[in-house]
Write a protein that binds this ligand. Structure first.
Ligand code: ATR
Length: 302
């Protein structure tokens, strides 16, 4: 299944007779912790499976997926930059994948490719595991791209008091508010949009937030999406700041720490979204056999 442009990193199902094969596809993919995470779940639940990595060239994703499943692959996780391609490619989408506008988990059944999105559920479970109450909370979501959209549905389902979506270009935040207005109303959540700059304005941003989630791509560089003035308005020592990126204390996390808030990176979300994917593939009855928090603790200590 090797194409000249796409790296097959020992993940050809044809090489693993009698073993179910899964993979994570992204570009770049070398840094991915997903193989390690799934190997630990497989060991915990005594599942005989192989989970490898694939690095399709841009434009090659759909061919790589089709070849992978044609060769007997059972399921695939999808990461940057292919989550929209995965949504287009899936024959059937779960409602939450439809709502998220992106797919991070693929499986094959009866010759059809099913697309799901476990990112939002993963974030919510990580927050709850860290003792963060969502019901009745004031939540600020920074960003209005794919990462932000993927978590709005699961957050709204926990009925916070309000969810404010702030983005550099407020038009994209407005769009998301329109898209999720029905779900917000059904859960009696006040859903609003802001331009990032409006977070500095005490009249418009009249209160701090219980939970601030950074879903912008700014964390990947060394920037924070918010100014220090905005940080003064949105954080108190009672706030919890969640950075979706993991691996380093980002500028956003440092702003929150400086104002006495608690912080978290996104490693727990990564583990929890993987747990959901594992159960989708191997059977939800294994939920008692896996321990995502133990896997997270091991990753943190490594
Ligand atoms: P992803 O799938 O990671 O969400 P995306 O769909 O390209 O990627 O969205 C990137 C998000 O990060 C957007 O909300 C973007 O803001 P704009 O829509 O205004 O471009 C945001 N973003 C990226 N870099 C940023 C920065 N330096 N400061 C603030 N926001 C940033």
């Amino acid at each position: 299944m090797n194409t000249p442009q796409s790296l097959n990193l020992h993940t050809d199902p044809a090489d693993f007779a009698g073993i179910d094969v899964y993979a994570v596809a992204g570009n770049p993919i070398n840094h991915s912790k997903s193989p390690l995470i799934h190997a630990q779940f497989a060991a915990q639940a005594q599942q005989k499976m192989h989970y490898g990595r694939l690095q399709p060239e841009l434009g090659e994703f759909k061919n790589v997926v089709k070849n992978f499943f044609a060769a007997g692959g059972k399921g695939m996780n999808v990461t940057v930059p292919f989550k929209l391609d995965a949504q287009e490619l899936a024959d059937v989408l779960t409602p939450r994948a439809q709502l998220a506008g992106a797919v991070n988990t693929l499986r094959i059944e009866g010759g059809k490719i099913f697309g799901d999105n476990t990112d939002g559920a993963g974030l919510v479970r990580d927050l709850l595991a860290q003792g963060i109450a969502l019901h009745g909370a004031r939540i600020l979501l920074l960003g209005a791209g794919g990462a932000a959209r993927g978590v709005i549905g699961p957050l709204l389902e926990h009925a916070p008091k309000c969810l404010v979506i702030a983005n550099r270009s407020s038009a994209k935040a407005d769009e998301l508010v329109g898209l999720f207005a029905g779900l917000a109303a059904a859960n009696q959540v006040t859903l609003e949009s802001r331009a990032m700059a409006q977070l500095e304005d005490s009249v418009i941003t009249s209160h701090a937030f219980d939970l601030v989630i950074n879903a912008t791509a700014a964390g990947l560089g060394d920037e924070s999406p918010i100014s220090n003035l905005a940080a003064d308005k949105i954080f108190t020592p009672k706030s919890f700041a969640y950075e979706m990126v993991y691996g380093k204390p980002t500028a956003f996390m440092q702003q929150a720490l400086y104002r006495g808030a608690r912080v978290s990176d996104g490693l727990g979300m990564l583990v929890e979204q993987a747990a959901d994917a594992f159960l989708i593939w191997r059977g939800t009855e294994l939920s008692q056999s896996i321990d995502p928090r133990a896997v997270l603790a091991e990753l943190r200590s490594a």
